[in-house]
Design a protein around this ligand. Structure first.
Ligand code: M6R
Length: 628
């Protein structure tokens, strides 16, 4: 949830750290801080709020002239003759222990002010460790769990910070992505990982460490992904990585496939709008090379090496959180109707703590855009512990979930930066449809049905473009409704999850209360809330439950509720009941969620903009939820 950047190299650390923080700001943004070491003193600044606040404070405190405006060179290089490297660490925080204040912002340091570190994750036994250190006379400044690591390092320091860190991490329980340095050893920076992502970028005469590749992309595409339990000692002349048993390990260097332009707004006012408009292309990228139309078959390369095992699957449990969970719900309908495989969907946060009864013919499929969601990762580990086949649909290559699953499929949609997930959702649905074809054709699905699904998938990008062309109409509708305090979203069958997803989009970026319901459930309670100030979205394309939807709309109308309908092009009848209609092209019923979700994304976007809110970085949220 928080973002980490670390630097060691021949260039000036500060501009690189600030640039990295800006690129990670979407991960957590209630406070931030930097610490740069020149082998003599440490220059540290922290600020509450966005990175812009941190930049302002750096200008106030910066001993240098001209003031730092971002981008230009800052000379904090090691003193001549010392042969050291420029070192710095930076952090953007999403508060867990202690309020978002300057004091609680990272980096944290020990009593001497020589040991500095930034940390993502949670130290579960911090109180016990803190009590022990307090008894020994250590002075704590913050309320954070992180600070305890700095004092432990100080307490056990034996003139070699690498060896000290190894000892400290044996005492710590919990999760961490950690970057630290000691001012007395200014030629090295230390990195450690347990349950929280960290990537080491290998540049020319410099190494950039980050919790997310987007902070590294500008400098290098060569990266090493650290595994849990590993500690890296990075010096100007090389990197040594140790595993949990203290044995030195040889790590593979990977090439990042994303590029910088994908991580920028490219003229759009917000990442969310850019990502919504990217969907015709991201759907193509999610499908490219993954089907054979004439044979009505899907081929997912990432599952090739477990081809025999997937033939034997008798049940699937899909596990995910948030938007990915809604995609999984659509997947459940697809897999049962078309592949004939009994499928369950479950919140990862629940799955991990109950005792699911899973037999060996069950596969657990996890969905995650980031590949780092703590609950999903823990659920995956729980499933692995039971010895079942684990599969993933993940966007971030090399992420923890991607590496932990037995096999999987990447989304190939580039980085999703806006906190509100949009293009990942439609890509997950696309891949679930391909998976349905793959598994279905191994079972009872006919060639004709397989072909029909693939042909419909192929024309989706054009249909999405048509919906995006109606953006102005959707904006006008949002202008009519944006002052409402409550919304209901209703849909049946494949569009029940779309209703839930539409409500989630609205509440997370506009802070308006919105609930998604299965259309048939309304009369069992929620309809009591309906009046003229409580509008309902109905996702009611011409499908097998169309007439049922119309009846539910009548029930709302009879209680003076306003209705906005998502309907199939050419459906004039719906105008008799709905106050406003947004049309989508006709498609196969199982694929309508991919189309129907797009107007809901745009509606939520426009409402948030009209309310003057920070669309890409809504309050209290973070892009990747790496804590429980
Ligand atoms: O990275 P993941 O797909 O695992 O993330 C899961 C949820 O945290 C995520 O979908 C969240 O609900 C989004 N903010 C929704 O827009």
């Amino acid at each position: 949830m928080c973002g980490i950047v670390g630097y060691i190299g021949e260039n000036d650390a500060l501009p690189i750290l600030i640039d990295g923080l800006k690129r990670l700001e979407y991960r957590g943004y209630d406070s931030s801080g930097i610490a740069v070491c020149d082998g003599d003193k440490v220059f540290s600044v922290k600020a509450v709020g966005k990175i812009a606040e941190l930049e302002k404070k750096i200008n106030e405190k910066n001993p240098l002239n001209p003031p730092f405006e971002g981008g230009q060179k800052i000379t904090l290089l090691p003193k001549e003759g010392e042969g050291g490297f420029n070192i710095g660490i930076a952090h953007t925080r999403w508060a867990t222990h202690g309020a978002p204040t300057e004091i609680n912002a990272h980096p944290h340091h020990d009593c001497t002010g020589k040991i500095w570190l930034v940390h993502n994750g949670i130290i579960e036994n911090y109180q016990q460790l803190k009590n022990h250190l307090l008894e020994k006379g250590h002075k704590f400044i913050s309320e954070t769990d992180t600070e305890v690591i700095a004092h432990l390092l100080e307490d056990l320091y034996d003139d070699n910070i690498t060896e000290t860190l190894k000892k400290v991490l044996k005492l710590v329980k919990g999760t961490y992505g950690l970057v630290a340095f000691h001012n007395d050893e200014p030629n090295k920076i230390l990195v450690a990982k347990e349950g929280s992502p960290l990537v080491i970028g290998l540049g020319e005469n410099e190494t950039i460490i980050a919790s997310d590749v987007s902070a590294i992309l500008r400098y290098t595409k060569q990266v090493i992904y650290l595994d849990d339990g590993e500690i890296a000692e990075i010096k100007g002349d090389g990197i040594k990585i140790y595993d949990a048993n203290d044995s030195e390990v040889d790590k593979k260097v990977n090439e990042i496939e994303w590029d910088m332009t994908q991580a920028e707004k490219q003229g759009y006012p917000h990442f969310m709008l850019k990502e919504i408009f990217e969907q015709p292309e991201t759907i193509i990228n999610s499908m490219r090379g993954r089907y054979i139309v004439e044979e009505g078959k899907a081929k997912l390369g990432g599952l090739d090496n477990i081809a025999d095992k997937i033939r034997d699957i008798e049940k699937i449990i899909i596990v995910a959180c948030g938007t990915a969970k809604h995609a999984g719900l659509v997947g459940e309908y697809m897999l049962e109707e078309y592949a004939g495989i009994p499928t369950e969907i479950e919140y990862a946060s629940e799955f991990r703590y109950r005792q699911p009864v899973i037999d060996k013919k069950t596969a657990v499929l996890v969905l995650s855009q980031s590949g780092e969601t703590a609950d999903t990762l823990a659920a995956l580990k729980e499933a692995k512990g039971k010895g079942v086949l684990t599969l993933g649909i993940v966007n971030v290559v090399g992420s923890s979930i991607a590496r932990e699953t037995d096999a999987g499929v990447y989304n190939h949609i580039g980085p999703e930066i806006a906190v509100a997930s949009t293009k990942a959702f439609t890509s997950q649905l696309t891949i679930l449809a391909l998976l349905t074809v793959l598994l279905g054709r191994q079972r009872n699905m006919s060639l004709v049905t397989g072909k029909r699904i693939i042909e419909e998938l192929q024309v989706l990008p054009e249909k999405i473009k048509k919906i995006l062309d109606t953006n102005e109409n959707i904006k006008k509708i949002s202008e009519k409704y944006f002052s409402m305090k409550n919304f209901a979203y209703l849909g049946r069958k494949y569009n029940n999850p779309v209703a839930q997803e539409g409500a989630l989009k609205l509440k997370e970026i506009s802070y308006i209360h919105a609930e998604g319901f299965a259309g048939g459930e309304m009369k069992h309670g929620p309809i009591a809330m309906i009046d003229e100030n409580f509008p309902s979205f109905f996702i009611s394309p011409r499908d097998s439950v169309y007439e049922k939807n119309i009846s539910n709309m009548q029930e709302i109308k009879a209680r003076n509720g306003k209705i906005i309908a998502i309907a199939t092009e050419g459906d004039e009848k719906i105008k008799e009941t709905a106050n406003d209609v947004i049309y989508i092209p006709k498609s196969l019923e199982m694929l309508t969620p991919i189309l129907a979700s797009i107007p809901l994304q745009l509606f939520a976007y426009h409402v948030a903009v009209l309310k003057g809110l920070d669309v890409d970085k809504p309050r209290n949220l973070a892009k990747s939820v790496t804590v429980e």
